[in-house]
Write a protein that binds this ligand. Structure first.
Ligand code: PLP
Length: 439
């Protein structure tokens, strides 16, 4: 078993996280159950922040809350002094309900609505990351109507696409996000923003992808953006105060993944930025980063109970669990791979290879193919590792299956941060039919 954070095998042979035996957690909270190792989240957050401090660089580490947005999680991010990225009014609302300081909230998205921008203005958030010309003009007009100002970054696409293991340099980046840096759009946006009275341009933002394992993509992107900044300093006397280099730092899901320590990415990126800005005679900007997955991904475990099985002789054995694509759509959505153990018998010898099926009416609802396990029986517990990012946040009610609860564990204590959805919750938006049919 690869161990993440505080995960251990205790003397009963049970998986233990944050000092809590997951078998007892399953008895108390039921399954499926999302468990977060809070100490590991804190450790990651601190490592990012310390890296900036050690290099003497002013920074904001913004948690990309789309990875897992909940009031408790946002409060944890605040405890650790992180900033917060939101990509919708719903995530902003969650942040407000959590009492998160508005000035450290950044609003992302390629199609923010008028209502969303108004909400950002009402809450006086720290920054809107402007994605396109429509938004730039809409935001300036809304600020004008309200007699307010708003800090902005322009999101640019540097023409580097990270395909997890390699990078494609494209002249004309084919992406729905941001202003293209190569074809003049970014420069046009810059000129427009500089002429505007209400929006205050702090700098640029770029985010090249997700689950990236090497630093090359980041440093290539940083180089291109800084080169452009040097050009804009000469031609428009524009000097960026902030350079936001996004998130996307990869984590280990299975042994195929070989990431760096999350903070190591940051170290290499900053060094490149320092080198390049010095070379081009630019002041070192404040650096913002936006980790999502690398803050919470490997801190999350999903605990399931095993139920039925189906043996297809000579082909494979399916073991079904009490969750699936409802609580983790990533395998079905993009073939994501996971590791898992029998949490109540971790030390038992592996006896067979099974495939873990979800309970949804969908053949594609498979969680893990070809998992080596001891012989499991109904009621055994399966712990799937690394489900902390894009698990709960993508959970859904397909087949009207209630969403599982989320607990935080730390220092031998467990705390419920999202309760289990009830059947009443499931029908609470439904209205009875008023129309009657004449017989
Ligand atoms: C999704 C996203 C992130 C976070 O990505 P991770 O891979 O979870 O670190 C950061 N910034 C932007 C703009 C994003 O869209």
């Amino acid at each position: 078993m690869h161990t993440y954070g505080t995960a251990r095998i205790n003397k009963e042979g049970h998986l233990e996280i944050g000092g809590m035996d997951v078998v007892s957690l399953a008895e108390h909270y039921g399954t499926p159950l999302y468990i977060y190792d809070v100490a590991l989240i804190r450790q990651r957050a601190r490592a990012f922040k310390q890296t900036f401090e050690q290099l003497g660089v002013t920074a904001q580490v913004a948690y990309a809350s789309k990875a897992f947005s909940a009031i408790g999680m946002v409060q944890l991010a605040n405890q650790e002094g992180l900033s917060l990225d939101v990509v919708s009014a719903g995530e902003l609302y969650t942040a407000m309900k959590a009492g998160f300081p508005a000035e450290r909230i950044h609003f992302h998205g390629n199609n923010k609505s008028r209502e969303e921008l108004i909400m950002a203005l009402e809450q006086q958030i720290g920054c809107v990351v402007v994605d396109n010309f429509y938004e730039l003009e809409l935001l300036e007009a809304l600020c004008n109507d309200r007699g307010e100002q708003m800090n902005i970054l322009l999101r640019v696409t540097p023409g580097i696409e990270a395909h997890t293991h390699d990078y494609i340099l494209t002249g004309q980046e084919d992406s729905k996000f941001g202003f293209d840096l190569n074809n003049g759009q970014a420069e046009e946006a810059l000129k427009k923003a500089l002429e505007m009275k209400r929006v205050k341009l702090l700098g640029l933002h770029c985010h090249i992808g997700s689950q990236i394992f090497e630093t090359t993509g980041f440093t290539l992107a940083a180089d291109k953006v800084i080169q452009k900044l040097a050009d804009w300093k000469n031609r428009f006397q524009f000097e960026a105060k902030v350079l936001n280099l996004g998130g996307g730092f990869g984590i280990r899901y299975t042994e195929e993944d070989k990431p760096l320590e999350p903070a190591k990415y940051v170290e290499e990126i900053i060094k490149e930025v320092q080198l390049k800005t010095t070379e081009l005679n630019l002041a070192m900007p404040e650096i913002w980063i936006e980790p999502g997955r690398s803050l919470v991904g490997d801190a999350g475990v999903t605990l399931y109970s095993i139920g039925s099985e189906k043996d297809v002789p000579e082909v494979r054995k399916y073991l079904a669990i009490d969750g699936g694509m409802n609580d983790n759509i990533r395998p079905a959505l993009y073939n994501a791979k996971y590791e898992a153990v029998l949490a109540n018998r971790v030390n038992d010898p592996v006896e067979e290879t099974v495939s873990i099926a979800g309970k949804c009416c969908e053949s594609g609802d498979m969680l893990i193919w070809d998992l080596p396990l001891p012989k499991a029986k109904p009621g055994d517990l399966l712990a799937v590792f690394c489900t902390g990012a894009y698990g709960y946040s993508m959970a859904n009610n397909y087949n009207r299956i209630p969403r599982p609860p989320v607990i935080f564990v730390e220092n031998n204590q467990a705390e419920l941060v999202i309760r289990r959805e009830s059947y009443d919750d499931l029908v609470k938006l439904d209205l009875p039919l008023n129309v009657t049919v004449k017989q």
